[in-house]
Design a protein around this ligand. Structure first.
Ligand SMILES: Cc1cc2nc3c(=O)[nH]c(=O)nc-3n(C[C@H](O)[C@H](O)[C@H](O)COP(=O)(O)O)c2cc1C
Length: 182
């Protein structure tokens, strides 16, 4: 059954390792998964006083219509980058009600450090649980020393991570499939 997955890439950097990780993971999803990328770059810092700009309407529409959210996070100072937290804050404040509640999600991350986004993933999983998402928690995918393993356009030289990513994609696909079957 066709599934729509929405990727959140928590780095705005050209040449981002997390974008490269997205390229790898998107190639592993079953063939009837349709990928979209959440447009988080143009979102201003969330401010309840502000009339939502057109970018927010578009973003809310993207999140509403997704069957699952897939987060790719770097680690910035032991946590997630502000751009990712800002996007989650915007999503949670959809005037039609938060589309995050009950929606399946997975987390992956790549950093150049030795701990491979361990700390940022812990924070992100806590935030996503708080906003009511249905996290597929396992297997955990942490790519450390990303500069040694990830190449642009979809090459990951880490057989263990590749195996875990395939299992994670399958686990998410099955979770969404069960949800859509209800
Ligand atoms: C402000 C800032 C803080 C960072 N803090 C951490 C950190 O706490 N732990 C870590 O492993 N890497 C840290 N890094 C390095 C990033 O993980 C690394 O630059 C990574 O490649 C960023 O992801 P990207 O390639 O997808 O942009 C930091 C980088 C920046 C710019």
């Amino acid at each position: 059954m066709r599934q729509e997955w929405l990727a959140f890439i928590g780095s705005l950097r050209k040449g981002s390792y997390n974008r490269a990780l997205f390229d790898v993971f998107s190639g592993m999803a079953p063939a009837d998964v349709v990928w979209h990328e959440a447009e988080i770059r143009a979102l201003p810092f969330y401010n309840p006083d502000m009339a939502p700009p057109p970018e927010a309407d578009h973003f809310w529409q993207q999140v509403r219509s997704a069957d699952a959210l897939v987060f790719f996070t770097p680690e910035y100072n032991g946590s997630i980058p502000a751009v990712l937290k800002n996007a989650i804050d915007w999503a949670s404040r959809d005037p039609q009600g938060s589309p995050l509640v009950g929606k399946p999600a997975v987390v992956l991350g790549a950093s150049q450090g030795l701990f491979g986004t361990l700390r940022s993933q812990l924070h992100l999983r806590q935030i996503l649980s708080f906003v009511g998402m249905e996290l597929v928690q396992r297997p955990e995918v942490l790519v450390s020393e990303a500069h040694l393993k990830l190449e642009p356009r979809g090459q990951l030289n880490d057989p263990v991570a590749v195996r875990l990513m395939k299992t994670l994609a399958q686990n998410l696909y099955e979770r969404v499939g069960r949800m859509l079957a209800v």
